[in-house]
Design a protein around this ligand. Structure first.
Ligand code: ZN
Length: 498
């Protein structure tokens, strides 16, 4: 009888599909993954079920739409079946190492089903304590001056520029790149995972790694910058990050350095690529690789002014935010490509199928390998518009944003304005020109009907899990300890949505 296969799931925060080599990116961000892709199934149209992190991971790990348990629920519900709980039940050793994303913590149920769960929050706290003096009394004092200055617009702009230069000077002179990085670097995550792999090699395992190196602030390892041929020194890197995070400039001003910022982002991806190579080397050394399924994907993408935005704000489900890379490698597999829209809702059942483990009944997705799976179904993504801080009740209960994707068309429904926009992504891949309302009516009707059905199902199902998650969510409204962690030591670098 063949030995039970193991599973490694790698998720990279903020990794856009169009910035990996195996999906056509011209810069050398992913040389190792490109090699791996030649022995994998590559999904060229993989779509997150939502954005950002907290609206994406319920789809990845629990095969469930993010708002299916109501807007009050952030994260996984107590008692909810996930990839980890199913594999633990099937006798797997399970471990997760997530590089400090506060939404992927035990607070939101992500530890469930893991024998060993490490979210590196300790390193996050220690970095935060290194805050420079500008985060203290001077900031309070400056706020009062700012308020006075902004009563007169030209004076306000002058104040903003002076304050930016002051905070830049503080950070540029006080901190190294390594001190400023608010998340654990991929090499540290791989080191911990490698140690765990060395224990108990006889039983099958499920290992989940989540990397934050492509997340803002973009502070890549020097080695990755050198590999990418990026000539910036530490001072330039710090300046670019501070400047990219300015809130006082017009959107059009940011195009001046967007290329340089993207170089930094790309170097972060290169660093992840090299660390995944290290991990697979370790799997080979431990003689685990030949029986291992590996999947790589992202929770969402990142904005570089594609539609005027930066980072990954929750006011959009544009392609740069929901189109993510996905490859699945099985032992002995030759190159395959899946070119139809593939919702990450289907990822967990597909991976269980690769392991020949049955999926829980609660999973809404279907295995890609199954003959019965309809390969041209509609992929749905959703989020609460402008919910950039789900710790606040007022932000969690805002209007829904819904995107429905067919092979060629995409409908985006904004419940705040009650408007829908239909795009033809073959003719308009950058999603810039909505089709006229009288255009493609049958497609619009089909997608609107799918939206209606989706909303009806969300309203009428999962009663037990909804109650469980509501009870778990109560402290969100009351505990002072649950403020958003100030992960980044500079006031000019905080308030970046995860
Ligand atoms: Zn994320």
């Amino acid at each position: 009888m063949a030995k039970q296969r193991s599973l490694v799931l790698i998720t990279v925060d903020c990794l856009r599909a169009d910035h990996v080599g195996f999906l056509g990116y011209e810069r050398p961000t992913t040389p190792f993954l490109d090699e791996l892709a030649a022995k994998s199934c590559v999904f060229t149209e993989a779509l997150a079920t939502g954005s950002p992190t907290y609206y994406s991971f319920p789809g990845i790990l629990a095969s469930r739409y993010p708002l299916a348990l109501g807007r009050e629920n952030i994260g996984l519900s107590p008692g909810e079946s996930t990839l980890a709980t199913r594999l633990k039940q099937a006798g797997y050793r399970t471990a997760a190492f997530t590089a400090g994303n506060p939404y992927l913590s035990d607070r939101f149920g992500y530890h469930t089903g893991f024998d060993h769960f490490e979210d590196f929050s300790q390193s996050l706290k220690s970095t935060g304590s290194a805050a420079p003096p500008v985060a203290g009394k001077i900031t309070f004092f400056n706020r009062r001056i700012a308020k006075a200055c902004h009563k007169l617009p030209p004076l306000g702009a002058a104040y903003d520029e002076a304050y930016f230069r002051y905070t830049s000077w503080k950070v540029l002179n006080s901190h190294s790149i390594d001190e400023l990085r608010p998340y654990s670097s991929a090499d540290k995550v791989v080191n911990r995972a490698s140690s765990w792999l060395e224990q108990g090699r006889d039983s099958p395992f499920f290992l989940w790694l989540h990397f934050m190196d492509a997340h803002a602030p973009y502070l890549p390892a020097r080695e990755a910058l050198n590999q990418m041929g990026t000539p910036f020194d530490g001072r330039r890197i710090r300046y670019l990050n501070l400047w990219w995070n300015r809130h006082d400039l017009k959107a059009s001003s940011f195009s001046a350095h967007v290329g340089d910022v993207m170089y930094l982002y790309d170097a972060g991806i290169r660093w992840v690529d090299s660390q995944i190579q290290r991990l697979t080397n370790q799997l080979r050394a431990l003689q685990l690789w030949d029986n291992c399924v590996l999947a790589l994907t992202a929770d969402h993408g990142e904005e570089f002014l594609d539609h005027g935005g930066r980072f990954h704000k929750t006011s959009s489900l544009a392609q740069e935010l929901i189109h993510v890379p996905l490859l699945i490698r099985e032992p002995g597999m030759s190159s395959q490509a899946a070119n139809t829209p593939f919702s990450l809702l289907n990822l967990a059942p597909t991976l269980l199928d690769s392991l020949e483990v049955g999926a829980p009944n609660s999973f809404r997705g279907k295995s890609y390998w199954s003959e019965k799976t309809e390969r041209d179904s509609i992929a749905i993504s959703e989020c609460v518009a402008n919910c950039n801080n789900p710790y606040l009740k007022g932000k969690r209960v805002g209007p829904r944003l819904l995107a429905l994707r067919l092979r060629q068309h995409k409908l985006v429904f904004d419940f705040e304005s009650s408007t829908d926009r239909l795009f033809d992504l073959e003719r308009d891949p950058r999603e810039l020109h909505p089709l006229p309302r009288d255009h493609s009516k049958p497609i619009r009707c089909r997608l609107l009907e799918a939206a209606r059905k989706h909303l009806a199902e969300a309203a009428n199902s999962n009663a037990d899990l909804k109650i469980a998650s509501r009870v778990r969510g109560l402290p969100l409204q009351t505990s002072r300890q649950l403020e958003v962690p100030k992960a980044c030591p500079s006031p000019a670098l905080i308030e970046v949505p995860v």
